[in-house]
Design a protein around this ligand. Structure first.
Ligand SMILES: *[C@@H]1O[C@H](CO)[C@@H](O)[C@H](O)[C@H]1NC(C)=O
Ligand SMILES: *[C@@H]1O[C@H](CO)[C@@H](O)[C@H](O)[C@H]1NC(C)=O
Ligand SMILES: *[C@@H]1O[C@H](CO)[C@@H](O)[C@H](O)[C@H]1NC(C)=O
Length: 268
């Protein structure tokens, strides 16, 4: 009996883990058209576009590391902040798009006068939209924060197949293995992947088309061509931006020492 008493929690844990890995295949990767957590589908597509286009804020439309994130209050549909990968710009290797967004939103919430305990509670109201599936570092931060939802576009697999080095641990594995935390995070993947995939397809593949506002050119001293901004890229991007998207930058027009880009400001 004593033997079984020790065994039972182990069996329960195994059952939970196998359920978690099976459930990753239960739903289609993109639950297109479903209003999950009371979020209408078109708003998910909207926020994914905001995350995707956060990368334009770096001052060029075809960066080498085109990872962008937007953090949104899930119930009120309010944008808290957006940010893009800042590793190249800062030299800080932890500044992936999601980490940069968490820091930028932390600053927004501090400026709103929230205390540290209130900020720690706030993440549970939020959805993090990111154009590329979070790496293990970012997915762990997302789980530690306790986000209500993580929504991504392009999968790690697709990014890796496009030639970029990745730590090949699917974010759903981090989600399954953080089961003991006292909060759940809903994960939706492949959202608007038709628009996020092209951002990751061109850096290592000379045959791939360039994103909007870019054209392929030879680079002096390099043996392969790369996508480079057309002189009129700002006009091209602005023509594509719905008015609402530009308005959504209100949340964080103030410049910040951490998050050095304020996309909507620079685009205007
Ligand atoms: C998120 O939105 C809900 C509904 O409007 C609101 O009650 C809550 O305070 C918001 N959370 C934060 C941290 O802004
Ligand atoms: C991508 O797919 C969505 C439907 O999920 C569609 O609304 C959108 O227009 C497509 N984008 C492009 C650039 O074709
Ligand atoms: C490179 O891009 C071309 C054109 O989009 C595509 O057909 C091909 O599959 C890509 N190669 C790889 C390895 O992804």
């Amino acid at each position: 009996m004593a033997f079984f008493q020790h065994l039972l929690p182990g069996i329960a844990l195994l059952a939970l883990l196998s359920w978690a890995s099976a459930s990753a295949h239960l739903h289609p990767p993109s639950q297109h058209g479903l209003s999950i957590n009371d979020v209408p589908w078109h708003r998910r597509e909207h926020w994914m576009r905001v995350a995707n286009e956060a990368t334009y804020a770096d001052g060029e439309p075809c960066p080498q590391a085109p990872f962008g994130s937007a953090i949104v209050n899930t119930t009120s549909d309010e944008l808290i902040c957006v940010a893009a990968n800042a590793v190249g710009r800062t030299g800080d290797p932890t500044m992936h798009g999601e980490m940069t967004a968490i820091r930028a939103c932390h600053e927004v919430l501090s400026k709103r006068g929230l205390s540290p305990p209130e900020i720690l509670r706030a993440w549970r109201d939020f959805s993090l939209y990111t154009n590329g599936e979070p790496c293990p570092m970012c997915m762990s931060a997302i789980r530690w924060a306790g986000f209500k939802e993580i929504v991504y576009g392009t999968s790690i697999e697709t990014i890796a197949k496009g030639g970029r080095n990745q730590i090949y641990i699917p974010s759903s594995d981090i989600l399954a293995k953080s089961y003991s935390m006292g909060h759940m995070t809903l994960m939706l993947g492949g959202i608007l992947a038709n628009e996020t995939d092209p951002f990751f397809a061109h850096q290592f593949n000379e045959s791939a088309p360039c994103p909007a506002g870019c054209q392929r050119k030879d680079t002096p001293g390099k043996r392969v061509s790369s996508c480079q901004p057309k002189p009129e890229w700002r006009e091209i991007i602005q023509q594509r931006e719905p008015e609402e998207l530009l308005d959504s930058g209100r949340a964080y027009r103030e410049p910040s020492p951490v998050n050095t880009f304020w996309p909507w400001q620079r685009l205007s």
